[in-house]
Design a protein around this ligand. Structure first.
Ligand code: WTA
Length: 652
């Protein structure tokens, strides 16, 4: 079915955007990639282009063929063998980078830790041995539910070392979301912490994990980092302290030779229908893709202090806090807590203190910084910065300009990077030493990546808007959805023949620049997090007073999109402000605080097609206060009219 183009009003704003920014000469001269011909060279021989990056990694056995493409299945670096933790850790621990900082960490209360590559090597080896001792073997799944502390990266790398498949679940998710993900992956071990610090208080992760663990029969052991000394209950025989299992473990654990196509991790993300899907990523192609993009997009140099503020629980944390940067021997800065704790300038103080040179964050964060005001960054010395990046949602040109001016002090290139959990690596982005940027545009596909815009008829659009399409396989592409082959084909490969469908709207301008416009499916993007409308609806219907619910997104100044819920109550239940509050709370408890709805609209009925499908598009029009679109396919057109009148008469 054709969907209306999302946020079509945004096109006009973008059309007026004529500002351009060339890479500063000094940046260009020392950039890791300076030759504009690279685009053409890569396109001429894509396989050699990727193979060159792959050969900069350490392989235990070289691949026979670069690519086997049997759509929708790709195999990269066929029959090659390597180990991801070896490439991210051992390699540097055994080199002149041995005493270089791998991770510099600051806790929210202010503690500092620095792990050199040598120290990281010791920790990863020891924890890998500990996991083995707990019975974890190659191919087993390990769930990780952690705050932003170095142990989170250590746990992931330790899994990679022994060939266990990690499934990191964002620490802000609820017990129920954690349980669902553990059960879908049938994880054997859960790694968590007693808690983590956020805005001055302890987020009780172990307590939530315990609630999840009542419903997860596959879990045999739980390893708990004593982060906050909050003394959580520990279940005998099941729960072990991190420091205790480490104390008992062997110092060295040989890295498992992994096939290039062996699973590295599962990461759950929202799709249009049903439960979250476990996106799977494999070993050789993924590492090649994140290594290459981290090197060229972030222009990593040995002296850089690189900070990606994303939580490790999201794909950005996987690819650009852990794997991409460490494969480049980078020094990664990591911070545990909130940007506004104790005050609104915490991020800027951290940049000043650690002399951060590269900063990568999300538009939603930038909009919050804008709202807090320029006095906060102005008070800090941000002169160490040389490159800025954004990811997660379309960036408004004004937010881009603010970031460029007040954080980059007009001297740092801004890389707006488009990609997804599924793509594993950045696909559309400027190369900071080559590409002239335009505020609000992610510019061009990375060399070797091929993208275009398609219209509703499946024809290529040279200039104009439509659906974004990725027309060639790329090394870090998802290899499937865990345990759901049908859904993999259905969601990504059924719209066009042999072409990947990301479900994003985009437009291409006369110069071939891409402007991303947001999702075209029923997935919301709230503060840079993908949330399926379906999940929120299920959580609402789970409440005893709710009969039916439909959820839409509405533009929000800071979050990008806010959640608006239309709710039909069961017979005999009274509407009240208190019930609305309860429902918001219920959703936050079921899925996670980031998903708390902005508005609850009670409605006697919901607009449906004759086949019974809820017409979210019309609800969205109502939430946006727009003139109603076509209602002729509705079973009862009056429903929408009544709802619209009611909505206009209620206070949000
Ligand atoms: C959106 C995050 C515009 C997009 C890495 C995509 C963006 C979804 C950008 C993926 C960007 C991400 N400009 N939109 N630079 N980056 N998106 O899986 O809608 O959490 O499909 O991966 O975020 O979100 P995900």
């Amino acid at each position: 079915m054709m969907k209306t183009q999302p946020q079509s009003e945004a096109i006009n704003v973008f059309l007026e955007e004529k500002r351009t920014f060339e890479p500063p000469a000094s940046f260009r001269r020392s950039a890791n990639i300076q030759d504009p011909d690279i685009y053409e060279r890569a396109a001429r021989d894509v396989e050699s282009f990727w193979a060159r990056f792959a050969s900069e990694l350490v392989w235990m056995k070289k691949w026979d063929r670069v690519l086997e493409w049997d759509p929708p299945d790709a195999k990269w670096f066929v029959n090659g063998k390597l180990n991801v933790s070896f490439n991210c850790v051992d390699r540097w621990a055994k080199s002149e980078f041995r005493n270089k900082a791998a991770i510099i960490w600051e806790g929210e209360p202010g503690e500092e830790r620095t792990l050199t590559y040598e120290v990281l090597y010791r920790e990863v080896n020891q924890f890998a041995s500990a996991l083995k001792k707990l019975g974890v073997a190659k191919g087993d799944r390990v769930a990780i539910y952690m705050p932003m502390i170095p142990e989170t990266a250590i746990a992931m790398l330790a899994c990679a070392r022994i060939g266990a498949v990690h499934s990191v679940v964002f620490g802000g998710f609820s017990a129920e979301s954690l349980a669902d993900r553990i059960n879908d992956a049938q994880a054997k071990v859960l790694i968590t912490a007693d808690g983590g610090y956020r805005r001055g208080s302890v987020v009780p992760l172990k307590r939530d994990a315990d609630a999840a663990l009542t419903k997860t029969p596959s879990i045999e052991h739980v390893v708990v980092v004593d982060r906050c000394h909050s003394n959580p209950p520990m279940k005998d025989g099941r729960d072990r302290w991190w420091h205790e299992v480490m104390g008992d473990a062997q110092k060295f654990c040989a890295p498992e030779p992994m096939d290039s196509e062996d699973l590295l991790y599962i990461l759950y993300t929202s799709g249009t229908t049903g439960k979250p899907k476990g996106v799977i990523h494999t070993t050789g192609g993924y590492l090649t893709g994140v290594y290459a993009t981290a090197k060229w997009v972030f222009d990593l140099k040995p002296s850089d202090v690189y900070w990606c503020s994303a939580d490790i629980g999201w794909v950005t944390g996987h690819s650009y806090v852990v794997y991409g940067p460490l494969a480049n021997a980078a020094t990664v800065f990591m911070y545990e807590g909130a940007p506004n704790w104790p005050e609104n300038d915490r991020f800027w103080k951290l940049i000043e203190k650690y002399r951060v040179t590269i900063f990568y964050t999300a538009p939603t964060a930038i909009r919050a910084f804008m709202k807090w005001g320029t006095e906060w960054p102005e008070r800090c010395d941000l002169s160490s910065l040389r490159l800025l990046g954004t990811v997660g949602e379309p960036i408004n040109p004004e937010a881009w300009m603010w970031y460029h001016k007040y954080i980059g002090r007009e001297k740092c290139p801004v890389v707006d990077t488009w990609w997804q959990t599924e793509t594993g690596m950045i696909l559309i982005t400027p190369l900071p030493g080559i590409v002239t940027t335009k505020p609000g545009s992610a510019t061009k596909p990375f060399p070797g990546v091929e993208a275009c815009i398609m219209n509703g008829q499946g024809e290529k659009v040279e200039v104009g808007g439509g659906y974004l399409a990725i027309t060639k396989p790329w090394p870090a592409m998802l290899r499937g959805i865990y345990g759901d082959r049908k859904r993999y084909i259905q969601e990504y490969w059924s719209r066009w023949d042999k072409i990947y469908f990301p479900a994003d709207g985009a437009k291409r301008d006369e110069e071939g620049y891409f402007w991303l416009l947001g999702r075209v499916d029923d997935v919301l993007n709230v503060a840079g997090h993908r949330i399926g409308t379906m999940e929120v609806e299920s959580a609402l219907v789970d409440h005893m007073s709710v009969a039916e619910a439909a959820v839409v997104g509405k533009p929000h100044e800071i979050k990008g999109e806010a959640i608006v819920c239309f709710v039909t109550l069961k017979e005999g239940i009274q509407r009240s402000a208190d019930l609305a509050k309860q429902l918001k709370e219920h959703v936050a408890n079921k899925i996670g605080k980031i998903v708390r709805p902005e508005e609850i609209i009670f409605s006697a009925e919901l607009p449906k097609t004759r086949s019974g499908k809820i017409m979210r598009r019309l609800l969205k029009d109502i939430a946006l206060g727009k003139v109603l679109g076509d209602t002729t396919t509705l079973a009862d057109p009056d429903v929408v009219k009544r709802l619209k009148e009611q909505y206009e008469n209620t206070e949000a």
